[in-house]
Design a protein around this ligand. Structure first.
Ligand code: TRP
Length: 333
């Protein structure tokens, strides 16, 4: 870690399959930040268990996510890539922050309200404490910037509030982080309802393209993508299906939307959809191959995670001992 560089922290839950929308948004952004900043990236397994998980599946998905991020270009030398639960300071700081977080503010969080409705049979304390644990994640590393999707902005704001509140009560302890709301390289929408964001939890299997989808499945999903009754390939608000396909195509080809429009001028929707599908399948093939190669090399993945956890541990320990001192925990000499 280099002196004087800004610190970036982010994490992703090991739940569900990632889509090409997550790729263009979160993953590629992480990859591009690692050169400029000191980055800590975690697999948030402690957050994941706030809803019910199958333990063996959680373990497998954790490793698969690490392999996927590495396959997408995350450099284990250039950042600390680790599993949240392997660094005990997250839980420890969460406990202290719990005593400055109010029940009222936590019960008003949008995601807590949504998840309480969705998992009405399991409104556990962890679900309500989710934002405090996330604040602990962020504040442990004296983070400057937190790259997240817009849905996580409210959580980063709580982290800021808790940092300021703690600093006011106990003296300067935490750096106050800023959210960095990720604008993905392309706005990628559902292939079936193209006015809606592509989601990893969509019930319609044709709506989302997953990073692990095989070539045949990718081609089939694009073939079935919803368009419109015209036959003109141009980007326009009243043509959300075609516009979405143009965005996806230009993103994965690394060209602009007008360039893509020109390429398909006069062509039919059938050819167009096939070309988009092939482009995406071609772009994902090397990532998929590398992911598979990495998953077959468990020893390597374990080494990466161990080194990442060690980097995280020493940074986290520094902040936590400061916190313990500030709140008056006795440690002897
Ligand atoms: N809650 C985040 C999400 O679901 C994941 C997360 C956990 C996170 N801890 C974090 C993101 C800290 C940024 C910073 O996307």
């Amino acid at each position: 870690m280099e002196e004087g560089r800004k610190i970036v922290y982010s994490a992703v839950q090991p739940s569900g399959n990632l889509t090409i929308g997550n790729y263009a948004g979160a993953i590629r952004n992480w990859v591009s930040m690692q050169r400029e900043y000191d980055c800590f990236f975690a697999v948030a397994d402690m957050h994941a268990i706030t809803v019910r998980q199958e333990p063996s599946l959680l373990r497998r998905r954790t490793l698969e996510l690490v392999a996927l991020y590495l396959a997408c270009g995350l450099d284990p030398e250039g950042c600390a890539l680790y599993v949240q639960s392997a660094v005990p300071q997250h839980a420890e700081l969460c406990w202290v922050l719990n005593t400055v977080a109010y029940v009222g503010e936590m019960s008003r969080m949008t995601q807590f309200k949504d998840k309480s409705q969705k998992h009405a049979e399991n409104i556990n304390m962890g679900l309500m404490d989710y934002p405090v644990l996330m604040a602990a994640d962020i504040l442990l590393y004296q983070t400057d910037l937190v790259p997240v999707g817009a849905d996580q902005k409210q959580h980063v704001e709580i982290a800021r509030d808790l940092a300021v509140r703690f600093n006011n009560r106990f003296g300067e302890t935490f750096r106050v982080p800023e959210p960095l709301i990720l604008r993905s390289g392309a706005k990628i929408c559902s292939l079936q309802e193209p006015t809606k964001k592509m989601s990893k939890s969509d019930e319609n299997p044709n709506a989302s393209v997953f990073l692990t989808d095989e070539r045949d499945a990718i081609l089939r999903k694009f073939k079935r993508a919803v368009t419109d009754s015209e036959n003109e390939i141009r980007f326009a608000e009243e043509k959300p299906g075609v516009s979405n396909l143009l965005s996806i195509y230009s993103y994965f080809r690394g060209i602009t939307v007008p360039e893509a429009e020109r390429e398909f001028a006069g062509k039919g929707y059938g050819d167009f959809k096939l070309a988009v599908g092939e482009t995406v399948a071609d772009a994902l093939a090397p990532v998929q191959a590398e992911r598979a190669r990495l998953l077959a090399d468990r020893a390597y993945l374990d080494r990466v995670l161990k080194a990442g956890a060690e980097k995280a541990y020493s940074a986290a320990r520094r902040t936590l001992s400061k916190v313990h001192r500030k709140v008056g925990f006795y440690r002897g000499d």
